[in-house]
Ligand binder design. Structure first.
Ligand code: PDD
Length: 285
């Protein structure tokens, strides 16, 4: 079941006009919210980021946070699976093709897919990544549905039989094509600072909070390209992939070529944190 413009319906009955500005211009924003044991994870933070994205494209939020929460809860209810990935998508609506903003209602679409945690094999071995020049626009803090640059960059990884493309802009690490990136250097966990050049990841925030509350030495600062290439560990974070170790970069082993101790510790802490969320800890809702 999906939700489209005020109605719940089966996915195969959902239709959107070919004049939708999402289809014509990629004029819209989205969110991906993980759901564990039927409870949306960090929903307040996701809705806050959605507001930031809507403000960034000058589109009025069609719903209050309470309305969003109710729609999300109803959609979770109508879909199978304890763990789901809820996708919210808002476009500037349907109008005759003209670049100027139209005065029409937005299109609101929500769907849910089963959320599968990374397999034991991936956790044991880590994943491969490649690097590329970050040639996206300079408002990467907006979660825009115009993902063509991200898709093209991600395909470089797929072509190299890797899982992610790590992006470098002007000699510094920004993020992955669909994830945030952490590096371990001299046993310190490093994260690039939030800016308009990266998406402020919700999993990134959780990871830094877990580091802070468990005395894992960490620093939020610019990470130069050579620090990435000489890293002891590299990891990615995202709502759908949680925390994963990157064990090969551009065909070379990262550190020992196996998931490192910081990854193992953070992964375990993340699983514990998820478990408290599933038991209903309000701070994790
Ligand atoms: N992507 N950076 C980019 C470019 C992303 O697309 C994502 C997530 C992240 C991680 O953000 P978060 O931890 O809030 O999921 C960082 C989602 C999952 C997607 O597009 O499917």
């Amino acid at each position: 079941m999906i939700y489209l413009n005020g109605q719940f319906m089966p996915l195969d009955q959902a239709c959107v006009s070919v004049l939708d500005r999402g289809f014509i211009f990629g004029d819209g924003v989205y969110e991906v919210i993980p759901v564990y044991s039927r409870r949306p994870f960090r929903v307040v933070e996701h809705l806050h980021r959605l507001q930031h994205s809507l403000d960034g494209i000058r589109l009025k939020n069609p719903h209050t946070n309470n309305e969003w929460r109710q729609l999300i809860a109803q959609l979770i209810e109508q879909n199978p699976g304890e763990d789901q990935s809820v996708y919210l998508h808002i476009t500037r609506g349907v109008a005759k093709r003209d670049h100027a903003f139209p005065d029409v209602p937005p299109t609101v679409f929500i769907m849910s897919s089963p959320l599968l945690p990374p397999s034991a094999e991936l956790l044991e071995n880590g994943v491969k990544a490649v690097t590329a020049n970050d040639n996206r626009w300079v408002r990467c803090d907006i979660k825009s549905i115009s993902l063509l640059p991200n898709v093209l960059l991600r395909q470089l990884a797929t072509d190299a039989e890797a899982s992610e493309t790590i992006l470098i802009r002007d000699g510094y690490l920004t993020e992955g094509s669909a994830s945030n990136i952490f590096v371990v250097k001299n046993q310190v966990l490093l994260a690039p600072p939030k800016s308009h050049l990266m998406l402020p990841g919700i999993t990134y925030d959780v990871t830094l909070e877990l580091a802070a509350s468990n005395s894992i030495i960490h620093e939020v600062r610019e990470i130069a390209e050579d620090e990435l290439f000489g890293a002891e560990e590299i990891m990615l974070t995202s709502s759908t992939r949680e925390i994963m170790a990157i064990t090969h970069l551009n065909g070379k082993a990262v550190g020992s070529g196996n998931p490192g101790p910081k990854f193992r510790q953070l992964h375990q802490l993340y699983q514990q944190y998820k478990a408290t969320h599933m038991r209903g800890n309000p701070s994790a809702q």
